[in-house]
Design a protein around this ligand. Structure first.
Ligand code: SAM
Length: 242
C-alpha cells in the first residue's frame, strides 16, 4: 500500500510526468487539488474513488490520505505543480510516514519554471539575470516579507500567491529601494488556454493587473520585459503610461 504525492504540473494537462500519468491510470483512489488540471482525472480508472480536497483543512486532508492509504493499494494525491514547492507535500508525507504508510513523492513541473516559460520569460538570461529569488506573498502565520532584503536581491524575483496583495508588495519593495521602473509581469493561469500576461513597470503593475484572476505568478526583474504575447491593456484611469 503506497500513497503517491504526484505533481500534476502547472495547468497544461500535457505537462504531468510519465510516471505521474501511469500512477493515475492505475490508481484505486485519487485526492486532487483544484489547481491540478481537471482533464487529468479522465485518466483515472472508472471504478476508482475520486475525492476533491476543496474545503478540507490540511489536517483533514492528512487524515483522509491515511484512511485511504490503509484501504487501497495505490492512492494518488494529485497536487498542482510540484508537491514540494509551496505544496505542503512534506506535511502530507510526514503524516503518512507517522501512520506507518509508504509514501513516494513524484515531482511535478512547477509553475516556477513553466509559467514564466509559457509567457516567454526566462528566469535567467545571460547579461540580465543570473540569480532567482522565490517567495510566497502569503504565509501561514501572516508574517510580512523582508522587503529590505528583497529590494536589493539581484536577478529575478518570483512571487507565488502574491496577486491578492500586489499593491502592498510593490509599495514595500519600492519603499525599501527597488527601482520603480523595474520591469514586472503578472501571469495568470499560465500554460492554460486562459493564460493572461500583463507587463508594466513595477510602480504600475498592481494597477494594470487589478482584477486578474488566480492563480497568478508575479515576476519582477529585467527579464520580465522579455515577455511575449502580453496583453496590451490600456492603463487604468489615473495611471500614466510608460
Ligand atoms: C499553493 S501554490 C502551489 C505551487 C505549486 N506547488 C507549484 O509547484 O507550482 C499556488 C500558487 O502557485 C502559482 N501558480 C500555480 N499554477 C499557476 C498557473 N498556472 N499560473 C500562474 N500561477 C500559478 C500561483 O501563485 C498560485 O497562487
Amino acid at each position: 500500500m503506497t500513497v503517491y504525492l504526484v505533481g500534476a504540473g502547472p495547468g497544461d494537462p500535457e505537462l504531468i510526468t510519465v510516471r505521474g500519468l501511469r500512477l493515475l491510470q492505475h490508481a484505486d483512489a485519487v485526492v486532487y487539488d483544484e489547481l491540478a488540471p481537471a482533464e487529468l482525472l479522465a485518466h483515472v480508472p472508472a471504478d476508482a474513488v475520486l475525492v476533491s480536497r476543496a474545503g478540507l483543512r490540511q489536517e483533514q486532508i492528512n487524515a483522509l490520505l491515511v484512511s485511504l492509504g490503509r484501504s487501497y493499494p495505490t492512492v494518488v494525491r494529485l497536487k498542482g505543480g510540484d508537491p514540494f514547492l509551496f505544496g505542503r507535500g512534506r506535511e502530507e508525507s510526514d503524516a503518512l510516514t507517522a501512520a506507518g504508510l509508504d509514501c513516494e513523492v513524484v515531482p511535478g513541473v512547477s509553475a516556477l519554471t513553466a509559467v514564466p516559460a509559457a509567457a516567454g520569460i526566462p528566469l535567467t538570461h545571460r547579461g540580465l539575470a543570473s540569480q532567482i529569488t522565490v517567495v510566497t506573498g502569503h504565509t501561514a502565520d501572516d508574517r510580512q516579507l523582508d522587503y529590505r532584503a528583497l529590494a536589493h536581491t539581484a536577478g529575478t524575483l518570483v512571487v507565488f500567491m502574491g496577486i491578492a496583495r500586489l499593491s502592498a508588495l510593490v509599495a514595500g519593495l519600492i519603499a525599501a529601494g527597488r527601482a520603480p521602473d523595474t520591469p514586472a509581469a503578472v501571469i495568470s493561469s499560465g500554460s492554460t488556454e486562459r493564460q493572461q500576461t500583463i507587463i508594466a513597470p513595477l510602480h504600475q503593475i498592481a494597477a494594470h493587473a487589478d482584477g486578474v484572476p488566480s492563480p497568478a505568478l508575479v515576476i519582477i526583474g529585467p527579464t520580465a520585459a522579455l515577455a511575449r504575447d502580453q496583453q496590451t491593456l490600456e492603463p487604468p484611469v489615473g495611471v500614466a503610461a510608460g
